[in-house]
Design a protein around this ligand. Structure first.
Ligand SMILES: [Zn+2]
Length: 122
């Protein structure tokens, strides 16, 4: 199970996937969506285990999200801040794993196999 390539996703229009709301770069297959996560900071997002076109700066500052340590993650297409990558996990909250990505759904749109819809509605 490798990282899905953009061309593969595009070649199968019946496959549901998420895109960047701003530049429409493909971000994640709907299969990569795990669950909604709401750390105590009040921030809510979808936790994904595989994403494409999302990058993390080498010099990124560490940031606490809930009990965990994250770095900011950006869209490769437009540079927009998309969410956070978990880099250090607290054992007190086993709901996420290292290298998972937290993306607020308001930053995304979803192609549901037929049309583009709000990612938040799903
Ligand atoms: Zn973008």
């Amino acid at each position: 199970m490798g990282m899905p390539l953009l061309s593969e996703v595009k070649n199968d229009p019946t496959q549901a996937f998420y895109i960047c709301r701003i530049c429409t770069s493909q971000i994640a297959l709907s299969d990569s969506f795990n669950y909604y996560y709401t750390p105590e900071t009040g921030l809510t997002g979808g936790v994904f285990d595989e994403v494409v076109n999302v990058h993390v700066k080498q010099s990124a500052q560490l940031r606490k999200v809930g009990l965990h340590t994250t770095v900011d993650a950006y869209c490769l297409g437009c540079g927009n801040h998309l969410g956070w990558k978990f880099v250090k996990i607290s054992k007190e909250d086993p709901s996420v794993e290292e290298n998972m990505i937290l993306l607020p759904m308001a930053k995304l749109l979803m192609w549901d196999g037929y049309q583009m819809v709000s990612a938040e509605a799903t």
